[in-house]
Write a protein that binds this ligand. Sequence first.
Ligand SMILES: Cc1cc2nc3c(=O)[nH]c(=O)nc-3n(C[C@H](O)[C@H](O)[C@H](O)COP(=O)(O)O)c2cc1C
Length: 189
Amino acid sequence: MKTVAILGSRNPQGKTANAARAFLEGVQSAGGETAEVYLTHRQIERCRQCEENGWGLCRREGRCIIEDDFAAIVEQIRAADAVAFVTPVYYGDLSESMRAFTDRLRRIGTGPGGKEGLAGKPTVGICVAGGGGGGAPNCCVSLERVLRIIGFDVVDLIPVRRQNQKMKADILRRTGEWFAGLPSSDVES
Ligand SMILES: Cc1cc2nc3c(=O)[nH]c(=O)nc-3n(C[C@H](O)[C@H](O)[C@H](O)COP(=O)(O)O)c2cc1C
């Protein structure tokens, strides 16, 4: 089972990265393969709302007209068996890079074939509030909303705050282990 983690942090040594790593260690310990994508290290523009009515190629063809790294990351998700979206909590919500990416992913899912390899895919969301520590539950709600619109099978959402990150690291490892061993009967179709 291959799991790709999509990260909305810019810091591979930060709290968000550590949370992702704990989860992926769990996946690996159960025999799963893993990969990480840092959205801020890639070129991801925000949606241009191309046409007058606000729609665009996304609605007609299930793909985005912008020639940046978006399509390659979507293909990486499609090729994986499962995905984790891991974001730092900003203002009690998703980081800008995670917002830009999921906004565009939601759009391609509207057009023909766009949901292929996304809909029904087992997915975990992890939201890390590393400042004051507030806002992780709200960020989970926000993340779940957009992931469900895209059609992912959101099997778990894990809020982490600065004050409980050590304890949550164990939970993330165990969740990763469980996630890698999910029997297909536990997953929506
Ligand atoms: C614009 C901005 C808004 C933030 N809002 C929150 C917040 O609402 N709650 C919180 O606990 N931390 C907040 N933080 C801190 C981040 O959640 C995060 O822990 C910190 O930026 C470290 O990120 P890293 O894990 O990517 O290294 C904010 C940070 C930034 C830059």
